[in-house]
Write a protein that binds this ligand. Structure first.
Ligand code: UD1
Ligand code: BG6
Length: 371
């Protein structure tokens, strides 16, 4: 049921304040005599000790689910001190990459039925790793065959392009980082700030959804373009990949997410006054590096669309020709939840304006159950 929306993708983008609330329900708690703010993931509590002892955490997924895992890598490394590596399921299988008994392998899949992710799960089980699932589908193959896991509880997602499942996956993985990280005195303030950030996230998403018309206007400007680049780094490297994936899969426009730190190693050659480029430059530890990227793109007459934190337009924009998308600021590790929303809206409007099928993009399936 699409309610008053025209498309499922549109409905699912707009219901993110509610889906995120459901994802967090009952999972944000106060713990111990100090009543410090913490998280409770019921599906993991008996396995946390084993996970904390593992030598490495390996995230495994495909498509949007891989991107969601990538957003969580920095915060999980920071809070746990455990090395985190990333695997696209098919690539792990192609290489028969090493997986050890001392590894925790985390399988991320909205449907819980993706063939490559399932085969990678069987491979990791055969190699003796502790296997953790993060899925939206109770009773799915991944939920059944992992040792333990977390349901993201985002509600059914119908649009082939994943939107609300993506933001719920990010939130679950931030909670996973808090759960694995454990309560140490040294990171208590950081942990509590993240829990506070989680509490206010649905309202911040509601705010960023108000950019709907602005994104429609931007889509109108980009309607006839051949290509769109998206530059990000740090917490928002994954946002660049995921924003570009949305544009590619539904609007059928070539789009590429680029790690800004790699700009000089190739992508800069593409920059001219015609190619539109989105640069994600919200406030975090990478901000000044992104300011310098913007300057360098501007010096090559790049056609810039900069996403920045509210109030930063003047400090990020090198000239009046640069367009700005101002978004509310939240905790750095949660900022990808906010930043993806305007890009979801952009992909949605571009698709409708270009006259393509938003909910059933050409050649794609919601769940890829064959190799
Ligand atoms: C569970 C209940 C929820 C109830 C809550 C009350 C289910 C599905 N969930 O939620 O209805 O409100 O307790 O405390 O009954 N699991 C895997 N692999 C996965 C995902 C999950 O093995 O990929 C396992 C978990 O380890 C856990 C079970 O499935 O044993 C349920 O997981 P989850 O729904 O996330 O647990 P709770 O949030 O505790
Ligand atoms: C398909 C979907 O390609 O599978 C994507 O069209 C999705 O939206 C990908 O990200 C992975 O699916 P899942 O269910 O494993 O998260």
């Amino acid at each position: 049921n699409k309610g008053h929306y025209e498309h499922y993708m549109q409905k699912e983008i707009h219901e993110q304040p509610e889906s995120l609330t459901t994802t967090m329900r009952g999972r944000l708690i106060r713990r111990g005599s100090s009543k410090s703010k913490s998280v409770l993931l019921g599906g993991l509590k008996d396995h946390l000790k084993t996970i904390r002892r593992s030598r490495r955490i390996v995230f495994i997924g495909c498509g949007t689910s891989y991107n969601a895992a990538l957003t969580a890598r920095p915060i999980l490394e920071e809070l746990s001190g455990i090395p985190v590596t990333m695997e696209i399921a098919s690539d792990l299988l192609d290489r028969e990459g090493p997986i050890y008994r001392e590894d925790t392998a985390v399988f991320v899949s909205q449907s819980g039925e993706t063939a490559d992710t399932l085969l990678a799960l069987q491979y990791a089980l055969d190699n003796g790793a502790l296997c953790v699932g993060i899925t939206n589908t109770v009773g799915s193959a991944i939920a059944r065959n992992t040792h333990c896991g977390v349901h993201i509880n985002a509600g059914a997602e119908i649009g082939v392009a994943s939107t609300k499942a993506y933001t719920s996956q990010i939130v679950v993985m931030a909670m996973l980082a808090l759960a694995i990280g454990g309560d140490t005195i040294s990171n208590q303030a950081r942990r509590e700030a993240i829990v506070d950030g989680l509490h206010e996230l649905p309202n911040k998403v509601r705010e960023v959804l108000e950019l709907d018309q602005e994104m429609k206007d931007l889509a109108n400007l980009l309607i006839a373009e051949q290509s769109l680049l998206v530059f990000g780094r740090g917490y928002n490297y994954a946002t660049a990949l995921e924003g570009a994936l949305k544009v590619k899969e539904v609007a059928l426009m070539h789009s590429e997410g680029i790690l800004a730190g790699e700009m000089k190693h190739g992508p800069l050659a593409l920059v001219d006054e015609n190619l539109p480029i989105v640069v994600i430059a919200t406030r975090d530890v990478c901000f000044s590096k992104q300011q310098s990227v913007i300057q360098q793109l501007h010096a090559r007459r790049g056609r810039l669309i900069v996403m920045c934190s509210e109030g930063d337009a003047a400090s990020v924009c090198p000239s009046e020709s640069c367009r700005v998308i101002e978004v509310p600021q939240v905790q750095d590790c949660l900022q990808p939840v906010i930043n993806i929303v305007p890009l979801q809206l952009l992909a949605y409007h571009l698709t409708v304006l270009r006259g393509f099928n938003v909910d059933q993009p050409r050649n794609l399936a919601k769940s890829v159950t064959t190799q």
